[in-house]
Design a protein around this ligand. Structure first.
Ligand code: EPU
Length: 408
């Protein structure tokens, strides 16, 4: 595959920025939004809380009333993981929240203990009953919070609640993902006082009120890196625009070791592979480690690489379910606990395969592009949740791919 591809805003940023709009009365405008299924779902969640939401292509306008509804129990809540990020803002604005446990990808156990513990430290009670999280606080006061693990969602919820708490909150072992930095930037524009953004210690000086603002979402590093893997796996040459190369440094370094030629500039990078990739090991870790969201793409590359790769998954144990599908296509791969060993093959062979989540769906498409014959990937609606124009982009890059059946 050869050509250029433009990447828009990050799924895992825009949904949290939309939740953050609950923190301020008035109209928040978010630009560079991806046109993916999860954005209208999050809009539905916000509407159920009293906001009016208008989606105009890649721009989303959210008007938040002075009084926000505290019960987030609409059916949309169970359809995406990011819906849980209304918890922190609702506790901050209403001092109570009833939030349906979130849905999203079936990639392993996804408890909320760190979200709840963080809110408890700030003075809110929190328990789970009948499938909803109930949180209540007379007042929210700043606290010292240590996270067991740099959880993205817990950091976001605590950050948003702390922004309107009284006094100073310190979150230690906070997540450092670029999407957290993006949230901090928007909260700071809104008037929040936050120090240490992008580091593992966030200090939040609570303020009584935040203002609605306009904000541009950062480019989607996972989508951008997916195209980098697409180039490396199919021996292609793809230029990716709209993603900051420093957000995908480790990914590009891995692909360089695999044999790709990498060039980077401001908001652009190019990955060119002119031979069969060499096997590389991958270990998933929180940012700046190798992203778990790219683990299926790493497996697809390893399946056709020259040599043996070891892939270690440290975040979501069920993501290795993807391997069963790769094996249908002739991959030589097996797992043992957190590790997978893949012996690269010259060729994969086409087979009907099933996407189990967004990233697994994309990994299967990449594998299909390297397989002899016609590969059918089923349940591709998963891909719609995270990749705008995926099939059209692939077609423009020269892939022989067609969407058939429902929603074609
Ligand atoms: N965890 C707990 N307790 C908690 C929270 C998390 O044990 O209270 C554990 C999880 O089980 C997991 C680890 O901590 O093992 C990391 O989870 P984290 O909270 O960081 O993940 P998340 O916020 O649920 C976001 C992304 C995921 C991405 C992860 C890790 C969104 C909506 N989702 O999930 O994205 O894989 O961070 O980077 O932002 C995807 O886009 O395909 C996707 C799954």
């Amino acid at each position: 595959m050869v050509g250029e591809v433009d990447v828009v805003g990050a799924k895992n940023s825009v949904l949290k920025l939309m939740a953050a709009a609950l923190l301020a009365e008035g109209t928040t405008t978010i630009t560079n939004c991806p046109e993916i299924l999860d954005v209208p779902l999050m809009a539905e969640v916000l509407r159920s809380l009293g906001c009016s939401v208008e989606i105009d292509g890649t721009t989303v306008h959210i008007t938040t009333p002075s009084e926000v509804e505290h019960r987030a129990t609409s059916s949309a809540m169970g359809k995406l993981r990011a819906s849980v990020c209304v918890l922190g803002p609702l506790v901050a604005r209403c001092r109570r929240a009833v939030v349906t446990l979130p849905g999203g990808d079936a990639i392993g156990s996804r408890p909320l203990d760190m979200h709840q513990n963080g809110l408890r430290q700030l003075g809110a009670s929190s328990h789970i009953e009948h499938g909803v999280v109930v949180a209540e606080a007379e007042d929210l006061s700043g606290a010292q919070i240590w996270l067991d693990f740099p959880s993205v969602g817990a950091t976001e919820n605590i950050l948003m609640a702390a922004a309107l708490a009284e006094g100073t909150t310190v979150i230690d072992n906070a997540a450092r993902e670029p999407e957290i930095v993006d949230l901090c930037v928007m909260l700071q524009q809104m008037g929040a006082k936050i120090e240490g953004s992008g580091t593992s210690t966030l200090t939040v000086y609570g303020v009584p009120k935040l203002e609605a603002v306009q904000h541009r979402v950062i480019g989607d590093r996972i989508v951008g890196a997916t195209w980098a893997f697409a180039a490396a796996t199919t021996c292609g040459d793809i230029t990716v625009r709209g993603v900051q190369p420093q957000h995908v440094n480790l990914v590009l370094e891995k692909l360089r070791i695999a044999g790709a030629e990498i060039t980077t500039s401001d908001e652009e990078f190019r990955v060119a592979m002119n031979r069969r990739p060499e096997a590389v090991d991958f270990v998933t870790l929180p940012f700046p480690g190798f992203p778990t969201d790219l683990q299926p793409m790493a497996l697809a590359l390893s399946a056709v690489a020259d040599g043996t790769s070891m892939i270690t998954e440290n975040l979501f144990e069920s993501r290795f379910r993807f391997i069963e599908e790769l094996v249908r296509m002739g991959a030589d791969a097996r797992t043992d606990g957190h590790h997978a060993v893949v012996r690269g093959q010259q060729h994969l062979s086409s087979a009907p395969v099933w996407a189990t989540d967004i990233r697994a769906g994309v990994g299967l498409v990449l594998a299909g592009l390297c397989a002899d014959g016609v590969t059918e990937v089923w349940d591709v609606f998963h891909i719609d949740r995270g990749y705008p124009d995926f099939v059209a982009n692939l077609g423009q890059l020269g892939a022989a791919i067609e969407r058939v059946g429902e929603n074609a």
